[in-house]
Design a protein around this ligand. Structure first.
Ligand code: FIX
Ligand code: ZN
Length: 372
């Protein structure tokens, strides 16, 4: 076997812990999204279809029911054009993984296939096909639908870790007691927030992290509602000053920070911050960074600057089936970056070394940080 083949084999076999998704355990039935209509109405594809079909206004698109939206996206991005973007290529990968035709003229065959699946079997099959052993949800107790399920006493499948999302909860008037209440109820693996710019979080958040030994995840650089007509597809990006992150890490050496940045230009400064502060863990290639070329480039840079002490990728999946493509595609880019770095070593690595590194990068480091 060539070095590239040995690395690909080890990366394919390593169990994944997916540090950030928007998926829900089957115990949250109304929130657990799967199937071809959900795949095609993913907001990444909505943005691409509305761009390809300028005569369809966002308002007209969102007025359609889900099936009609999916039909429109399919006709626009898969029938009249080739699925060359990463989001469309991902749908093609998922359909092919289930033996469905990614070049079909319509969605009849795919809909019939998913209609026959039992959700319990589907969850098992998707986790197996994607190689994911555990994943973190995004749990927001201010969402009425989610909150109701927690309050009914639901306990998620243990492979679905909870992560307490603070984007909205942070505005609670009694934040400290809201945090205590939801940490006790959800038992999260970490607290998380997405931000445009970095600033110190309220004291109560850092206190809760310290008290419960939980990392604080910061997803940095999103500009919400740049085009509000597109709904969740309308968010943008900006480059961000990471000096406040250095201060936060320096002033709170007993708090661990999981950090991902949205702008390509922030990838390098984040590596530098992580070199200075062991309590900062760069993770994932978030959203607009989740493209094969950028994952390979980012993983190379992180390997060169940090060695295997970071988490190269998270899926950000919103639809269960996306785990298949997000991880198949990411594994290829990660394997390719690793092969190039091993190729630079004067003595070729052993299979045991490659396996150790692949297991650490795909799951081991996340497991250590989440105390799994
Ligand atoms: O804030 C987030 O967690 C983002 O990932 C989402 O808001 C975003 O819509 C998304 O799905 C990106 O992949
Ligand atoms: Zn996300």
């Amino acid at each position: 076997m060539t070095l590239a083949e040995r690395v690909a084999t080890a990366v394919d076999a390593a169990p994944i812990i997916d540090l950030h998704t928007h998926l829900f355990a089957p115990q949250f039935p109304a929130l657990n999204l799967w199937g071809v209509d959900e795949l095609l109405t993913y907001h990444y594809l909505v943005a691409e279809a509305l761009r390809a079909e300028p005569k369809v206004t966002p308002e007209a698109f969102f007025a359609l029911d889900k099936k009609a939206q999916a039909d429109l996206v399919w006709a626009s991005l898969f029938v009249r054009r080739s699925p060359l973007s990463e989001a469309t290529a991902g749908v093609a990968t998922v359909l092919a993984a289930f033996g469905l035709d990614p070049a079909a003229p319509d969605l009849r065959e795919a809909r019939a296939f998913f209609a026959e699946r039992r959700v319990e079997d589907h969850v098992e099959d998707v986790l197996r096909l994607s190689g994911v052993s555990a994943l973190a949800m995004t749990n927001d107790p201010t969402d009425p639908a989610e909150r109701a399920i927690w309050e009914s006493g639901a306990t998620p499948d243990p492979r679905f870790y909870t992560a307490l999302r603070l984007d909205r909860l942070i505005h609670a008037s009694d934040l400290a007691s809201e945090l205590e209440r939801w940490i006790a109820r959800m038992r999260p693996r970490y607290l998380a927030i997405s931000v445009n710019e970095v600033s110190a979080p309220p004291r109560a958040v850092l206190d809760a992290c310290r008290e419960h030994g939980l990392p604080f995840a910061m997803m940095i650089g999103v500009r919400r509602a740049v085009n509000p007509r597109l709904g969740v597809a309308g968010d943008g990006v900006s480059t961000v000053d990471l000096i406040p992150l250095e201060r936060l890490a320096a002033e709170n050496p007993d708090v661990r920070f999981l950090v991902t940045t949205l702008a390509r230009e922030n990838t390098h400064p984040l590596c530098v911050v992580a070199r200075k502060f062991a309590n900062v863990l760069p993770f994932g290639c978030w959203w607009f960074m989740n493209n094969p070329s950028l994952i390979e480039e980012t993983t190379m840079m992180r390997l060169e600057m940090l060695g295997p002490t970071f988490v190269p990728q998270h899926s950000d999946a919103r639809v269960l089936d996306q785990l298949i493509y997000k991880w198949r595609h990411s594994r290829r880019s990660i394997a390719s970056a690793l092969t190039r770095r091993y190729g630079a070593m004067p003595v070729p690595p052993t299979d045991a070394q490659i396996e150790r590194d692949a297991r650490a990068l795909l799951g081991g480091i996340a497991k250590d940080w989440l105390g799994a």
